[in-house]
Design a protein around this ligand. Structure first.
Ligand code: SF4
Length: 64
């Protein structure tokens, strides 16, 4: 299956992450304007956040 991951080098970390409200399982959290954090136990790999992020900072990675 797939899980979302974050590439913090691509995230400008200067805004509230708009992908948070797209996640159907609430797997994305953010502390201030820091890069969002993905709870890999909650993430179902739907890809909504990764398709949405305009900076391509969120991506899906295959996990066992
Ligand atoms: S891939 Fe889907 S379930 Fe996983 S963090 Fe992104 S929006 Fe949430």
């Amino acid at each position: 299956m797939y899980k979302a991951k974050i590439n913090i080098d691509k995230c400008p970390q200067n805004h509230a992450c708009p992908a948070m409200r797209l996640c159907p399982v609430g797997a994305i959290t953010q502390d201030g304007f820091n890069a969002p954090v993905i709870d890999k136990d909650k993430c179902i790999g739907c890809g909504k956040c990764t398709a949405f992020c305009p900076k391509k900072a969120l991506y899906l990675e295959e996990v066992q």
